[in-house]
Design a protein around this ligand. Structure first.
Ligand code: SF4
Length: 283
């Protein structure tokens, strides 16, 4: 902390306290700990437990949880919601929490203060409304832009069909192996709305003499050890992309140690093995 404090933009404890005084905590109910019925239902019902593992985050207040309403079903542009879903989401803000609904940069909605005792009922509603896609499986962790040449006039290359094709590949791979944490971010042009620079795997749509191509980067990180990804090499045509991503994931799966996530393996073994595998087969 010491070295950073000299920067003018550093947020000090004093400043945090000053700003915090302008906010008051929501009217939480007092619970002594986790809700026993909620824990029992997780034990008893695998589907509920899976949803809880992927879409619920711990809360600092006992007896509460934060819930992600996923907007990333396969075959729908990530982040898109229908008018009915928006109305349903707005309604959920009332019975299930304290009247607040947040939009995240990962293109989802979050109910930040849900009582654990309400989670089972909320899960049923999420399934009915199409909000229950597991959010933290690898292919869904990407926050790729929900735009393509058809919906953003700046796009060099379509991202939605590519995202869909890759997601199907990931669905298969994740079924066979537990891939772990992997951020896959896609941007349709250099404006980088999909944050491709900081994806563990980043994909950027580029235009080559009027044709659509995709440039792949590896090793980006938006976490505590933030890093910009390194470009893998020459770009690829659309139909090559699912295989390219599979090969990158294969190298990781073959090289990882039991405790490593994708980004750890990449940092340890570097770009060369990925480059070798991908270009040996495609160029
Ligand atoms: S990255 Fe480019 S194509 Fe994608 S939304 Fe942003 S401006 Fe549009």
């Amino acid at each position: 902390m010491g070295a950073h404090q000299r920067w003018p933009a550093t947020l000090t404890e004093e400043e945090l306290h000053r700003v915090a005084k302008h906010f008051s905590a929501p009217a939480y109910e007092q619970f002594s700990g986790d809700n026993a019925d909620y824990l029992a239902k997780r034990e008893a019902e695998k589907g509920f437990n899976n949803w809880a593992m992927r879409n619920i985050q711990a809360h600092k207040v006992p007896g509460y949880a934060a819930v992600t309403l996923s907007l990333k079903p396969t075959a729908v542009a990530p982040g898109d919601a229908t008018d009915k879903q928006m109305e349903a989401a707005a309604e959920l803000g009332r019975p299930f929490q304290l009247g607040e609904l947040r939009v995240t940069h990962q293109q989802n909605l979050v109910l930040a203060d849900v009582r654990q005792s309400d989670l089972y009922t909320l899960w049923q509603v999420c399934k009915e409304q199409g909000f229950a896609t597991p959010e933290y499986r690898p292919a869904d962790r990407r926050y790729l832009l929900p735009l393509a040449a058809t919906s953003c006039s700046l796009a060099n290359a379509k991202s939605i069909p590519i995202a869909e094709a890759i997601q199907r590949t990931f669905d298969d791979l994740d079924y066979l192996h537990d891939i772990g944490d992997l951020d896959l971010n896609i941007s349709g042009c250099m404006n980088a709305c999909g944050h491709h620079h900081v994806g563990h795997i980043g994909i950027l749509g580029v235009d080559k003499k009027g044709a659509e191509f995709y440039q792949v980067s590896l090793g980006g990180d938006s976490g505590r050890n933030a890093a910009i990804g390194q470009i893998l090499g020459p770009s690829f045509a659309a139909d090559e992309m699912p295989a390219v991503v599979s090969k990158v994931v294969d190298v990781y799966l073959e090289s990882r140690t039991p405790e490593e996530q994708f980004i750890d393996t990449f940092k340890r073994i570097g770009m060369a093995p990925f480059k070798e595998r991908v270009y040996a087969a495609t160029h």
